[in-house]
Design a protein around this ligand. Structure first.
Ligand code: NAD
Length: 379
């Protein structure tokens, strides 16, 4: 089969990590007889430099024409002083809204090889794990095209006050909840709605809608948690969570917190999906795939970025947009094998465990990508 993939490398470490993921996709294509045609597009700071706009209309139009989109990251200090509507991060919002990808799936699991990079003690992990293991495996489903990131915002005439608005409609809440329930059915069948319903009216609407939608999924156990408590529970007992469904802002923050538990933000992949069957042609569902991390200006150009989150995002792309499960699994197995063999970028190196550290080989972005390619041939 031939597929077209829009590549949006972006800024900072974005191009480096996307480059490694593309090499992996090409190797998969060779092995399984698929052709991936790439359409390279600009968005973010690089687009501002070239066109004056963070998301040139041609980028969105071309992305829509492709079968899936793989994005690196955007932003950086160079563009930080621009007005809000001209900042690189606007490109993310524009792409997500323009592609209609409202359900952002962010899996966060502790891989056994990275236990020494997880800051939580074994006994804390074991206490909440359903199998009594020092592990956790959760999925954050973040609403991606609504809420405060898209709400009305502004400054008062004198510039001394500012506001951002959290607005959600029932259909917006319902569709992301359904995405969460569908995901939960394929997992441990537990779904936790995370909100701030003790204070926010929009959160109370989330609960109202959830109470109705939950009836359609009687096989899934539904629970509710305030976001402040959830932030605490993620550290105190991460194993208690299966699927968390939450708003755009809360999902953004909680997934960064969850990433630390997995060892590093450099490990967390994501898939942003639209309505099932929203795609055209070969694509069953429009999907935007990206690591959850940003452009990491502090390590950009230093060969320090962990490319695994982007490589794993490419695996999610094959699974969710192209239904290529075997191919996706092959990538995941290769990543597993590389970690088994002790290769680590600096961010996932063991902390304070000398025995574990002695078995590790610290490598840069490029070598990590090469190791995954080598492992692919045996996976
Ligand atoms: P960040 O995620 O870029 O970096 C946070 C920390 O994590 C940094 O110390 C960084 O070095 C480290 N890190 C991130 N990715 C890593 C990787 N793959 N390997 C190893 N270490 C990694 O967040 P930030 O510093 O708050 O933001 C930097 C810029 O990125 C800002 O302009 C921000 O707006 C933007 N941003 C973009 C996205 C996106 O494109 N999806 C997401 C978040 C932030």
């Amino acid at each position: 089969m031939t597929y077209s993939i829009a590549l949006v490398p972006g800024d900072g470490i974005g191009p480096d990590v996307v480059h490694e993921a593309v090499e992996v996709l090409d190797a998969i294509g060779d092995r399984f007889g698929h052709t991936f045609n790439y359409v390279e597009l600009i968005a973010g700071g690089c687009a501002i430099d070239q066109t004056g706009e963070p998301l040139p209309p041609e980028t969105l139009e071309a992305a829509k024409e492709c079968d899936a989109v793989l994005l690196g990251a955007v932003g950086g200090p160079k563009w930080e002083t621009l007005p809000g509507n001209l900042r690189p991060e606007r490109a993310l919002l524009g792409l997500r809204a323009g592609l209609g990808v409202y359900a952002n799936l962010r899996p966060a699991a502790l891989m056994p090889q990275l236990k020494a990079a997880c800051p939580i003690k074994d006994e804390v992990l074991i206490a909440s794990n359903h199998e009594g293991k020092a592990a956790f495996d959760l999925l954050i489903v973040r609403e991606l095209t609504g809420g405060i990131y898209f709400g009305e915002r502004g400054r008062s005439a004198d510039g001394n006050s500012a506001h951002d608005t959290e607005t959600y409609s029932k259909p917006e809440i319902e569709r992301v909840l359904r995405a969460g329930y569908i995901a939960a059915r394929g997992r441990r069948k537990q779904l936790c709605v995370v909100d701030k319903a003790n204070v926010l009216e929009s959160s109370r609407l989330w609960r109202e809608v959830a109470a109705v939608v939950a009836k359609d999924y009687p096989d899934v156990a539904t629970s509710y948690l305030y976001v402040d408590n959830c932030a605490m529970q993620l550290i105190r007992a991460p194993g208690q969570f299966d699927v968390i469904v939450t708003s755009n802002l809360f999902g953004d923050i909680l997934s960064y917190e969850a990433s630390v538990l997995t060892g590093s933000i450099g490990m967390l992949a994501s898939a942003s999906m639209g309505d099932p069957a929203s795609g055209t042609g070969k694509k069953a569902t429009m999907g935007l795939y990206e690591p959850i991390h940003g452009s990491a200006p502090d390590i950009a150009g230093k060969d320090l970025a962990n490319p695994l989150a982007t490589i794993l995002s490419a695996a999610m792309l094959l699974r969710h947009s192209f239904a290529l499960e075997k191919e996706a699994k092959t990538i995941e197995k290769a990543v597993d094998a590389v970690l088994d063999a002790g290769y680590r970028t600096k961010d996932i190196a063991s902390r304070g465990d000398a025995a574990a550290a002695a078995k590790e080989k610290i490598v840069g972005t490029k070598e990590m990508g090469q190791r995954v390619l080598e492992a692919l041939s045996q996976a």
